[in-house]
Ligand binder design. Structure first.
Ligand SMILES: Nc1nc2c(ncn2[C@@H]2O[C@H](COP(=O)(O)OP(=O)(O)OP(=O)(O)O)[C@@H](O)[C@H]2O)c(=O)[nH]1
Ligand SMILES: [Mg+2]
Length: 330
């Protein structure tokens, strides 16, 4: 199969540190398929160094504003930063619901900050299908820290906990966010809770509510009890405190050998997912399976053959792996 891209050329320029090549390779990853796999194979040995921080919270809480402030802060300490902003796919949710959202792309002219938006899997928010892969690419590109912003509206954003070393949950004083956060399971995944927009009244009370619910949380001996910090991205306050807490959580993971364990866990689940993905693609693409299934369905409809029996028969007949189907993203 001929490639749409000059992968070798792009990789060579990527290894020279060319941002344009990195951006192009992310597009290759987003499109999936054999090209994406080729890229991932080539860069894998260079990954495993970047520290990933996930930011989640309700729409408009100030995630992008805070991530931008933090990125500047880390840059002043000379860290190379990658930012992944996961945007809702639907054009409808972009306007009214999200209001005057801050777009990060335009905020940075600094080549030490690499910003990329990815389309989310769900139309309201959550994670993108290729978050791990794009993190790998930024990691291999030499980024020390990767900041990932997801919109916390459903369940899928909880997956950020499997991709980030530290999860920061951003809440705002208004609209009973604290209660919402607990309901949505954010309480379980947050390592750090931020009460942003502390320039508004009620921020202190709201932060104390969060503190109270964290006190009730069961944390095993020697485990991490989430910390709370108040910030104002607008007035540039509390950013140093937040950066300090992220560092503290990182030290906790390092001191308890949790970084290595987390990496192993992530890699194991990636192998599982890639395997399932591949098997499914092959199965879907198999003409033999299609032919046999459609040929026998009348018997199933008539009640003479159970679905399970049909699948057992298929299991014996089909050699999964010979007929590769269309690859994902095509
Ligand atoms: N008063 C006040 N406004 C803020 C603060 N932080 C962000 N904002 C404003 O809140 C609005 C939303 O900020 P964003 O940073 O886009 O929020 P977000 O969480 O990234 O939003 P989505 O990505 O759309 O979910 C913008 O108008 C910001 O200027 C803050 O600390 N105080
Ligand atoms: Mg945002």
């Amino acid at each position: 199969m001929s490639s749409r891209y000059d992968i070798e050329g792009l990789l060579a320029r990527f290894l020279e540190g060319q941002t344009a090549a990195a951006a192009r390779l992310i597009t290759v990853l987003e499109n999936g398929g054999e090209d994406a796999e080729k890229v991932l194979d080539a860069i894998f040995s260079r990954t495993g160094n970047a520290y990933r921080v996930g930011f989640t919270g309700p729409p408009g809480a100030g995630k992008s504003s805070l991530v931008s402030r933090l990125a500047r802060r880390f840059r002043s300490e000379d860290a190379k930063i990658g930012i992944i902003a996961i945007d809702p796919t639907s054009p409808f949710s972009g306007g009214a619901l999200l209001g005057d959202r801050i777009r990060m792309q335009s905020l940075f002219e600094d080549p030490g900050v690499f910003v990329r938006s990815l389309a989310s899997r769900g139309s309201l928010g959550g994670i993108s299908n290729c978050t791990d892969e794009v993190c790998d690419l930024m990691d291999a590109f030499g980024k020390d820290m990767i900041l990932i912003e997801t919109v916390g509206v459903g369940q899928s954003e909880l997956e950020i906990a499997e991709k980030a070393h530290t999860v920061v949950v951003i809440l705002v004083p208004e609209s009973g966010d604290g209660i919402q956060a607990m309901k949505a399971g954010l309480m379980e995944i947050g390592d750090i809770f931020v009460m942003n927009k502390s320039d508004h009244s009620d921020a202190e009370v709201a932060a104390m509510e969060i503190e109270d619910s964290i006190k009730l949380k069961q944390v095993p001996e020697g485990g991490w009890r989430p910390l709370v910090v108040m910030t104002s991205a607008k007035e540039d306050r509390g950013i140093g405190d937040l950066a300090g807490l992220i560092r503290k959580h990182r030290e906790y993971l390092e001191d308890n050998d949790l970084m290595r364990r987390k990496r192993k866990k992530i890699l194991l689940s990636r192998v599982r997912n890639a395997l399932m993905d591949r098997m499914e693609r092959r199965l879907r693409g198999s003409e033999e399976v299609k032919r046999i299934v459609s040929g026998r369905m009348e018997e199933v409809y008539a009640g003479r053959l159970s679905p399970y029996r049909l699948v057992r028969e298929l299991d014996g007949i089909v050699t999964i792996g010979r007929s590769a189907g269309p690859t994902h993203g095509e």
